[in-house]
Design a binder for this molecule. Structure first.
Ligand code: UD1
Ligand code: UDP
Length: 384
């Protein structure tokens, strides 16, 4: 019998894949210690596959659950059933899950039922409001409830777990592996000219203007609690801004969720300086992030990446589980509020002092060594 530690990473969406890729690769550097398997639920299909290709990941198991227009019950029940069946033949010592998606929650539950230990990466983020973001606050609390090891990105996220009664011996502050992924990509873009030319061609083929010579705002949006009237407000604010600032370009890679695509197309398709494009692969997205003037988003991961790049971020949410970048001054919460979005974008475009106050580079989420730290901690728990 092998005395290697059997580890299975389980993830399903674009952001989980980006943040788990560095950990998967780092674990595989130690084949004498770890027997590593990668299981994707494919809660996302195309957006996941793009990341798998970027980071050269071939999953050992693909549960292939995505359905167009899936609801939360579809995701949860399909992940639970598929993992129950997989765990009948594959018995890892530990599964590793990431963050707060329904894949994370259901995979944690399936492992708990099967008596398999759980390591939760990006643990302890909280808004303390169960409905914002929905259902992510619930998902991460559920994962935290059954996890055996909690890899918290910051002191604040570790403290949230301690406040909930989690044994402090099981909590490790490791930074966030999104910074590992970001540095991997920015290093490549900075040091490999042929690679950058290729990525720039990829961007050019999607955008019909000279983005390198233009001032542009990069935006994304997909939160479930923003569906409906909030998304309409966001799009109307962008439309207003695009008329007010005709020489500023707005680049918007639109999430594939039909609840997002419809209002975005209905309201913004005819604006000449708003460029609605398909979700970008991680390489061109990081390239565009690093050259953007302002970022407008409701994303979690982008709130972590942008401070490292020194970019002002306006977050179209009322609360955030990532207060570190707000404290550092690079992130501001503007809600999904028509007037507020217009006011803050206008201030950033018109008032240079205000812009400068939000654009210093900060690194609250680590130094790019998160994967390495987690691997060491896992090795120390081999005998558990
Ligand atoms: C999910 C996560 C959210 C995370 C986000 C990252 C849950 C409940 N939500 O939200 O926490 O922040 O991913 O992007 O876990 N679709 C495609 N192709 C894709 C991906 C999505 O067509 O590659 C469409 C499908 O119609 C799918 C829909 O988008 O049914 C919604 O996908 P889903 O994963 O349920 O929700 P997200 O909004 O992506
Ligand atoms: N991202 C990407 N292409 C895009 C938009 C975002 O690669 O077109 C990356 C982004 O850099 C970040 C992650 O996807 O690392 C964020 O994913 P998303 O906003 O979908 O999810 P969240 O972080 O809100 O859970």
């Amino acid at each position: 019998m092998s005395d290697k530690m059997k580890i299975m990473l389980v993830f399903g969406t674009r952001p989980e894949a980006i943040k788990m890729a560095p950990l998967l690769h780092k674990l595989r550097e130690y084949p004498e210690i770890f027997d590593v398997k990668c299981c994707v639920t494919a809660q996302h299909r195309q957006m996941l596959d793009n990341v798998l290709e970027t980071f050269s990941i071939t999953p050992d198991y693909d549960l292939d659950i995505m359905k167009a227009g899936q609801d939360l019950t579809d995701i949860t029940s399909n992940v639970l059933t598929a993992l129950r069946d997989l765990f009948k033949t594959e018995r890892p010592d530990f599964i590793l899950v990431h963050g707060d998606t329904s894949t994370t929650m259901a995979a944690s539950m399936a492992s708990f039922y099967a008596g398999i230990k759980i390591g939760h990466v990006e643990a302890g983020l909280r808004t303390h409001n169960l409905y914002a973001p929905f259902p992510e606050e619930f998902n991460r609390k559920m994962a935290g409830m059954v996890a055996n090891l909690h890899f918290a990105p910051t002191q604040k996220s570790a403290q949230n777990l301690i406040n909930e009664g989690v044994d402090s011996q099981k909590i490790f502050i490791t930074g966030n592996s999104v910074i590992d992924a970001l540095y991997f990509m920015t290093d490549k873009l900075d040091n490999d000219a042929d690679f950058t030319v290729k990525i720039d061609h990829e961007i050019n083929s999607q955008l019909g203007f000279d983005w390198q010579a233009s001032q542009y705002i990069l935006m994304t949006g997909h939160r479930r609690e923003n569906f409906g009237v909030n998304f309409i407000n966001i799009c109307r604010a962008i439309k207003h801004l695009s008329v007010k600032y005709p020489s500023t370009q707005f680049i918007y890679p639109v999430h594939l969720n039909p609840n997002v695509i419809k209002p975005v197309n209905d309201i913004l398709a005819d604006c000449p300086n708003v460029h609605l494009i398909k979700p970008l692969n991680y390489e061109p997205f990081v390239r565009l992030l690093s050259k953007s003037h302002i970022i407008l988003t409701d994303s979690g991961g982008i709130q972590e990446e942008a401070p490292s790049l020194g970019k002002p971020v306006l977050v179209m949410r009322d609360v955030t589980e990532r207060p570190e970048a707000v404290d550092a001054g690079t992130v501001k919460l503007v809600g999904a509020d028509y007037e507020n979005i217009i006011r803050h974008v206008s201030m950033l475009l018109d008032d240079n002092a205000y812009y400068q106050s939000m654009s210093g580079a900060h690194n609250p989420y680590g130094d790019g060594t998160t994967a390495e730290q987690i691997v060491k901690i896992l090795e120390n728990h081999k005998a558990d």
